[in-house]
Design a protein around this ligand. Structure first.
Ligand code: ZN
Length: 275
């Protein structure tokens, strides 16, 4: 297999009435575990490098790493940049092998968001990669900042930008450590009725797994971003291992202890959204 675009995997998901997991990557170990989990289940997966990951590791390395994993995978692997805020970040990501760009203009006035997203879509079309945009704003747990997506704005944004996928705010919140999100199904239905592209929910960890499953099958939400619950599992498995092996100090040994638990949880997340 080789790297897939977001467009390809989400259009297949639309036809098959399932959704694809966008899994937050922070390093080699978790990325490798996610691709292994997807391979176990014969399902596509979206590897996501967000702002924290890019601050820690240069995009040049992340691009090579994601493409290496995609090249050796048995399933489609999307190499995705999460929450790029500028055109230059997107251009750099394309140069280093990413096949999918999220341009987040959600903090801008709608006209400016549309203009920025149009520029990124033009860049993406020249290079055969995909674009996810955002209308409304998905806030952060405990910090607020959410603005529910207006169906009218979503319709205009989709029509004027030509994005491949649209991130919306319908009660989903980033960084929730419990399944506390309350999804406004009526608002989601109104957005679905005036748009046509696959929809994306950031803050997937905050949504009950049963509800994710229902949405994956019954709605046009075709991508769920999942980070927090995977990071919680990383911390839990590392703490468990250290409690049993208090003398351990080797980085590879410690990280290896998290690998199978991360793979198992990624399997659960991917399977739950599957057909
Ligand atoms: Zn997000």
């Amino acid at each position: 297999m080789t790297a897939a675009t977001l467009h390809d995997v989400l259009q297949s998901a639309m036809r098959g009435h399932y959704a694809v997991a966008g899994l937050v990557v922070l390093g080699w170990e978790d990325a490798e575990a996610y691709v292994a989990a997807a391979g176990d289940l014969h399902m596509p997966v979206i590897l996501q490098a967000g702002p924290g990951c890019r601050k820690h590791t240069p995009v040049t390395i992340l691009g090579r790493m994601f493409r290496h994993l995609a090249d050796h995978a048995k399933v489609p692997v999307v190499c995705h940049i999460d929450h790029a805020r500028t055109y230059d970040e997107c251009a750099e990501a394309v140069d280093h092998g990413f096949t999918s760009l999220m341009i987040d203009g959600s903090s801008l006035p709608l006209d400016d968001n549309i203009m920025l997203t149009q520029k990124v879509v033009a860049l993406a079309r020249r290079h055969g990669v995909s674009v996810e945009g955002e209308v409304g704003a998905v806030g952060y747990d405990g910090r607020g900042g959410s603005t529910m997506t207006s169906p009218d704005e979503a319709q205009r944004f989709e029509r004027e930008t030509g994005i491949d996928a649209l991130a919306i705010s319908v009660g989903n919140v980033h960084l929730q450590t419990t399944h506390a999100a309350v999804i406004d199904r009526a608002l989601l239905a109104r957005i679905e009725s005036v748009t046509a592209v696959p929809l994306v929910l950031h803050g997937g960890s905050g949504i009950q797994p049963e509800e994710r499953r229902r949405l994956a099958r019954e709605s046009r939400v075709k991508k769920f971003n999942i980070g927090t619950e995977l990071r919680q599992e990383f911390g839990r498995s590392l703490r468990d291992y250290l409690a049993l092996h208090p003398e351990s100090f080797d980085r590879l040994e410690l990280l290896q202890a998290t690998r199978d638990p991360m793979r198992r949880l990624a399997q659960d997340v991917i399977r739950n959204l599957g057909p």
